[in-house]
Design a binder for this molecule. Structure first.
Ligand code: HEC
Ligand code: HEC
Length: 351
């Protein structure tokens, strides 16, 4: 009997590693302690995991199903993955997103990649965690359009298969509530990671990992072009809000961080986004104004868009054309291998 238990445990582990999921392994998955498969450059110390929402395989798998399940929207047409799709770098590659009934929102969908490395979420940081963030789109009338969270829970309760999955993820009897929905989705999102880029391999000591142009671009990024004053640390962000002038020429500019803090000094300031895997997530900026990285660098080179709240760090940079190309080359060297690229939509959903 003991041996049999050891055997089933080994099968469960092997199945999780191998990606196959025999029924027995599935049943026991929640009992295998979660172990991170982190891409080079990211360490477990970088990850923000709330004590109240520890990781588990069962929770991540439930979260993955919920994240891709269009039945979480009012008319079964929109899932989280509609606007944050793996094949589009976990965004939608559109200047603004389209939710239920073809309605368009006001901001560009940021990527879900490496959100585990931040506490604050949204362009203006108004959600303090991924758990809090995940509750928003479900009841946003433009996005997923559910009337309220009770309606989301009621809909899930009508899908028999979810009861079993909630029980596995959160313990019996498998009570479904909105906090658990958000926790499972957040746990899944935390597995969407980017690292193991040319830059990470270069930093780890492989000096051949980056080309001369990429190395020159890195030096410019850190020094003359000033990028690293805001795009710094493991995830290339200071986790702060800056007005760099994006959209300030619009008739009614987006208040950005000001909407969250009600402080006039924050007008037009937005969260510094990661630039990891940036080639996958265009168009760029909160309003999708730039289609290419060349356009982004040119925007900074001319000093952003001057306005009364412009961050003092944003000034004309006097980069030559060749220097601008090198900065772009460096940004491209931040494209990772593995990590989020291995994550796929589920092939079947609970019935
Ligand atoms: C209709 C498109 C759409 C849908 C559906 C949608 N999102 Fe988003 N998402 C956006 C947009 C647009 C933003 C930026 C909004 C803002 O900052 O005000 C965003 C922001 C986010 C962020 C913050 C990222 C960051 O860098 O701060 C996360 C995380 C996220 N969404 C996850 C989800 C999850 C989970 C779901 C499903 C429950 C979901 N989204 C559904 C469009 C969408
Ligand atoms: C003062 C802080 C600051 C500096 C300096 C800075 N950035 Fe940014 N960066 C931001 C903020 C804030 C945003 C988002 C702005 C918005 O959408 O309104 C951003 C957006 C971006 C984006 C778009 C990301 C996306 O997902 O849409 C890229 C690419 C980028 N910056 C690269 C650079 C480069 C290259 C440099 C140096 C030439 C640089 N940044 C300098 C703060 C800064």
């Amino acid at each position: 009997m003991k041996l049999w238990h050891k055997l089933t445990f080994a099968i469960a582990v092997a199945a999780l590693i191998g990606g196959g999921v025999p029924a027995e392994a599935k049943r026991r998955a929640k009992e295998v302690p979660y172990s991170w498969d982190l891409p080079a450059g990211i360490t477990s110390a970088d990850l923000k995991i709330p004590a109240a929402n520890p990781m588990s395989y069962a929770k991540v798998e439930l979260g993955r199903l919920l994240y891709f399940d269009k039945r979480l929207s009012a008319d079964d047409t929109v899932a989280c993955a509609t606007c944050h799709a793996p094949e589009h770098g976990f965004t939608d590659n559109a200047p603004v997103s389209t939710g239920i009934k073809g309605q368009k929102g006001g901001r560009s969908a940021p990527t879900v990649i490496n959100r585990a490395l931040s506490d604050a979420q949204f362009w203006d940081g108004r959600a303090i965690s991924l758990e809090e963030q995940a509750k928003g789109p479900l009841i946003n009338s433009i996005e997923m359009g559910m009337p309220d969270h009770d309606a989301v829970v009621a809909k899930l309760k009508n899908i028999k298969g979810y009861h079993r999955l909630f029980a596995r993820a959160f313990g019996k009897p498998g009570i479904i509530n909105i906090d658990k929905v958000a926790q499972a989705i957040a746990a899944f999102e935390r597995t969407v990671l980017s690292g193991n880029s040319k830059y990470d391999r270069y930093q780890a000591g492989d000096k051949k990992a980056m080309t001369d142009a990429e190395v020159r671009g890195m030096a410019l990024f850190n020094d003359k072009a000033r990028c690293a004053t805001c795009h710094n640390g493991v995830n290339f962000t200071d986790e702060l809000y800056h007005n760099i002038g994006v959209g300030m020429d619009a008739k009614e500019p987006d208040g950005g961080r000001q909407n969250a803090t009600k402080d006039a000094a924050d007008r037009g300031a937005f969260k510094t986004p990661t630039v990891r895997d940036i080639t996958a997530t265009g168009p760029y900026m909160h309003n999708g104004q730039d289609k290419t990285l060349e356009e982004v660098v040119a925007f900074y080179n001319k000093g952003g868009f001057p306005n009364p709240n412009l961050d003092p760090l944003i000034e004309p940079l006097n980069l030559t054309d060749a220097e601008q190309q090198d900065v772009v080359a460096f940004l491209k060297a931040l494209d990772g291998q593995g990590g989020w690229k291995n994550i796929k939509a589920p092939s079947r959903f609970p019935k």
